[in-house]
Write a protein that binds this ligand. Structure first.
Ligand SMILES: Nc1ncnc2c1ncn2[C@@H]1O[C@H](COP(=O)(O)OP(=O)(O)O)[C@@H](O)[C@H]1O
Ligand SMILES: [Mg+2]
Length: 499
């Protein structure tokens, strides 16, 4: 008998059907992956199972018995626990206090008894954690453990994790999955939401794939493969983008950055004396956890902020730092980290496409609208943008907005491309498209710098990888030597000996 069964569960938000008659079965003792693209309805379905939303139709059975979950309190009572993408811990409380918070009134227990209970729970599940530690002092991975322990302390039999690895380094992610295996040994079932195929393949026994609010497929993991899962997820064949490893970068330097230092808005050095270069026909990836100077680096390399010091050259010519026009003139293409800031949402697609070369469209001080429209139509076709020239950009999907940015900047045949988080929040199809476009730029001889928090992406595309930590480049690897464990350690600030 399944531990949990959802039958015909439907949830509407206004006219949007987020979950459309979904059937889901979770067996005892399994790690079940819930796979799907952004917006497929995964979080909604799990929030229903956790009593956070009420379904419009359908029913839920726990151990064969129908239950009505009016709130998370009901779900917890039914043995269901959820760790969401955003933690709900109190940073100034201890681990033990956070774990019992809202469950037992702490007046019943003195601190010692409390710590002992939490310690026992942790030990029972093979977690090592200090009940007395203050949550604020813990790493993200450890905080996640506290969230999991919190659910375990409430005796959950089914643990739901919503995209748990999105906030972890690859090394912490492996440690998490080891911990989940331990739970499985103890008769727990785990539902893990993810859009990462490798995780599904490596750690789950079964997988349910959602697409556009419906179940697109159910598979036994050992009997499927990443290509088939990707097809179920996206609804069509997915090409695997591969780096052309035979392609040799030229000796000529496209981008040279020397001794670049940038202070943040509090006057603290966010980037410290950073030097590197990108060759023509080379992709260099910057790997790092968010907040280690990447934003400042990208802003400085778009001329958007004036560095404290440094020298930036494109094909040998020095740029005017802090002046975006100098970067545009020297053919630096910028794919901004926040794509909504890279466009003017209230202007049309055609106007946005013309932004960086407005002079080409101006005659005797007047904009040539006909020319702007014609050029836009061509770019819409070339870059497969699903929009019309006169559509407001803000009405487009994330993937299509990113295509507008790519079309605008890559059509100018850049010497250097600075791509910041180029696929963040995009679905597989759009991600694949962006990757292809970046590799095309490399093939035509541009120097491409990719700054991404997604290490898989960085490894997939880069010929060379630089690791950034606390505003400094702390490691360099060529694609062939890149070792994920080693890179993860450096990303986390550990000083490992480089061999
Ligand atoms: N509270 C809400 N109100 C309105 N629409 C929502 C709400 N929550 C989710 N949605 C919509 O429901 C769909 C499914 O969202 P979600 O379950 O978060 O997907 P996933 O977790 O698979 O990315 C999306 O189109 C999303 O915009
Ligand atoms: Mg979600």
């Amino acid at each position: 008998m399944p531990v949990v069964e959802m039958r015909g569960v439907t949830k509407r938000f206004g006219s949007l059907v987020a979950n459309d008659h979904i059937d889901l079965e979770i067996a005892a003792n399994e790690i079940h992956a819930l796979l799907g693209e952004n917006g497929a309805g995964k979080s909604t379905l799990m929030k229903i199972l956790y009593g956070f939303y009420q379904p419009d139709e359908g029913e839920i059975l726990v151990e064969g018995k129908k239950v009505v979950l009016k709130s998370p309190v009901d779900a917890i009572r039914a043995g269901i626990g959820l760790v969401s993408q955003h933690f709900s811990l109190v940073p100034t409380f201890t681990v033990a206090e956070n774990i019992v918070l809202g469950f037992e009134s702490s007046s019943i227990l003195n601190r010692e008894a409390l710590n002992q209970r939490v310690h026992d729970t942790a030990r029972r599940y093979g977690f090592s954690i200090d009940p007395n530690a203050i949550v604020r002092d813990l790493s993200v991975g450890q905080q996640q453990r506290v969230e999991i322990l919190k659910a375990l302390y409430r005796e959950c039999r089914v643990l739901i994790l919503d995209e748990p690895t999105a906030v972890l380094t690859p090394r912490d992610a492996v440690a998490l999955f080891e911990a989940l295996h331990q739970l499985q040994q103890q008769n727990l079932s785990v539902i893990i939401i993810t859009h990462k195929l490798e995780e599904v393949m490596a750690f789950s026994q079964r997988v349910t794939v959602l697409r556009l609010g419906k179940v697109a497929g159910r598979e036994v993991t050992s009997q499927t493969n990443p290509q088939d899962l990707a097809r179920l997820m996206v609804g069509r064949n997915v090409l695997e983008v591969t780096r052309n490893t035979d392609h040799k970068a030229s000796d000529a330097v496209a981008l040279s950055v020397k001794n670049l230092s940038v202070s943040d808005n509090r006057g603290i050095l966010a980037l410290r004396d950073v030097s590197f270069s990108v060759h023509e026909g080379e992709v260099v990836g910057i790997a790092g956890i968010a907040g280690n100077g990447q934003s400042e680096l990208v802003a400085a390399l778009g001329g958007l902020i004036k560095p404290d010091s440094g020298d930036v050259r494109v094909t040998g010519k020095a740029l005017e730092l802090g002046d975006p026009r100098s970067f545009i003139e020297h053919k630096v293409a910028r794919i901004p980290e926040d794509r909504l800031k890279g466009v003017l949402g209230d202007l049309s697609v055609a106007e946005n496409l013309a932004l960086e070369q407005i002079n080409d469209f101006t005659q005797l001080g007047h904009l040539n609208h006909k020319h702007i429209q014609q050029s836009a139509q061509q770019l819409i076709t070339d870059f497969q943008i699903k929009a019309k020239p006169n559509d407001r950009v803000r009405t487009l999907s994330g993937g299509n907005i990113q295509k507008v940015i790519l079309a605008r900047t890559l059509s100018r045949k850049p010497a250097v491309v600075i791509a910041a988080q180029p696929t963040r929040g995009l679905d597989i199809g759009a991600t694949e498209y962006v990757h292809q476009k970046l590799l095309e730029q490399k093939a035509r001889g541009a120097g491409v710098l990719i700054v991404s928090e997604d290490l898989d992406e960085t490894l997939l595309l880069s010929d060379r990888i630089l690791v950034i930590y606390a505003g400094q480049i702390v490691g360099e690897f060529t694609a062939g030597q890149a070792n994920i464990d080693h890179i993860s350690l450096l990303m986390a600030g550990s000083k490992v000996a480089t061999d």
